[in-house]
Design a protein around this ligand. Structure first.
Ligand SMILES: [Zn+2]
Length: 392
């Protein structure tokens, strides 16, 4: 949908205002007749809401913000939660329930706010353990039991341990691991950040695709199974939901989403990495680790300014079930970063850095190596050696 923004009017604006008023983010307007207009106060409320949810703060209501607003209307206890088929129940109440179950050590996967089979199963397990009928639905009785017991078991991080165990079990070899590389944007309508440079036109979508295809080659050479979420010039770029769905359907082990940033201020530059996390402190620890490795390797190998790792609840990070990272590689609007990004040798360095980070994800923590020390060409050599010496 077209984002709803300042100056718009109509039913959608009324609904946005009603939700944000319910959250006490927007004061009741002095002139009720003006409620249908997207005014300055409403825009400020949208920004506050976006900030609190880890969304991009632009003051406009696009798809992602709209879904977050709809989800935000639900508070735990306001309705009975159950596995509804085919359209799963979605909401902040579901996310709160999942976070509580995760804290207690139940396996709900990621706290994504979607009441799916895994959440229903975890609720059933909890019910069995506290002597309730294990129907997998969360009504008043189950909620009471959760509230009574919920806080006792907090400590450690069961989700983190589980993610790490699964990962450790793999061993350090890349062969056969599945990775999804997601070049951001694409298609005729979405070039991403777009900067004219003399006779040239540079777009984030093209440069991200170029790096994705270089990455595909490198990772495939190291034995990984690599999938890209889009081609170079798709007639229609896949939506974020479709990209996340592809990675989930493949059962991918890792997802890396490639973007390049832009800013009205040409002085803004540097590289930042993002992993899934919420303001309640829920985080994907393996995602955080991957983000840290990607960032450090890129900084060490390219000298781009370090703009740090950040927790975000963007859809591409929230809806994917594997450790997922988005990395914003430099600013196309910065003359210094742009000069580097448009040099294919520089893009190769970035790609080598990401390959090294992926390899380090599979090393046991105690065997990890210094940033910048992995020679990516050796990965290929080691693989070839292993193949030739294989007894079968
Ligand atoms: Zn982007």
């Amino acid at each position: 949908m077209r984002p709803i923004c300042r100056g718009d009017r109509g039913a959608a604006v009324l609904e946005i205002r009603a939700i944000l008023t319910g959250m006490q983010l927007v004061p009741p307007s002095p002139e009720p007749a003006e409620d249908g207009v997207f005014d300055h106060a409403l825009e400020r409320a949208v920004r506050t809401f976006q900030q609190s949810r880890g969304l991009s703060v632009d003051g406009e209501v696009g798809d992602e913000t709209w879904r977050a607003l709809l989800a935000a209307q639900w508070h735990l206890g306001a309705r009975t939660l159950y596995q509804q088929i085919p359209d799963a129940l979605i909401g902040d109440d579901v996310r709160q329930l999942q976070e509580r179950l995760l804290e207690m050590g139940y396996d709900v996967g990621r706290a994504d706010g979607v009441y799916g089979a895994r959440t229903a199963k975890a609720v059933g397990q909890f019910q069995r353990e506290v002597g309730l009928t294990p129907d997998g639905a969360c009504g008043p009785h189950t909620l009471n039991a959760l509230r009574r017991l919920g806080r006792k078991v907090v400590g450690g991080s069961p989700q983190r341990l589980r993610e790490e165990q699964v990962f450790r079990a793999y061993g350090p070899v890349l062969v056969g691991r599945q990775i999804v590389i997601d070049p951001g944007h694409g298609g005729p309508d979405d070039p991403g950040v777009y900067v004219p440079d003399g006779p040239l036109r540079w777009s984030e979508a093209d440069l991200a695709y170029d790096m994705a295809s270089r990455l595909e080659g490198r990772l495939a050479a190291a034995g990984m199974r690599v999938h890209l979420t889009r081609g170079p010039h798709p007639a229609q770029a896949p939506s974020t939901l479709e990209r996340a769905q592809l990675a989930n359907d493949l059962g991918a082990d890792l997802l890396i989403s490639l973007h390049i940033d832009g800013h009205p201020n040409p002085e803004a530059d540097g590289v930042a990495a993002f992993h899934y996390g919420t303001d309640n402190g829920v985080t994907s620890t393996m995602g955080e680790r991957l983000a840290g490795l990607v960032l450090r390797e890129i900084v060490a190998r390219t000298g781009l300014r370090n703009c740090q790792v950040h927790a975000k609840s963007w859809d591409i990070l929230r809806l994917t079930r594997m450790p997922a990272v988005r990395v914003d590689i430099g600013y196309l609007t910065s003359p210094t970063d742009r000069a580097r990004l448009t040099d294919p040798r520089f893009r190769d360095l970035v790609v080598e850095a990401i390959v090294a980070a992926v390899q380090r994800m599979y090393y046991p923590l105690e065997a990890d190596v210094l940033t910048g020390s992995i020679d990516v060409r050796e990965l290929r050599a080691a693989l070839a050696g292993a193949e030739f010496s294989s007894p079968s």
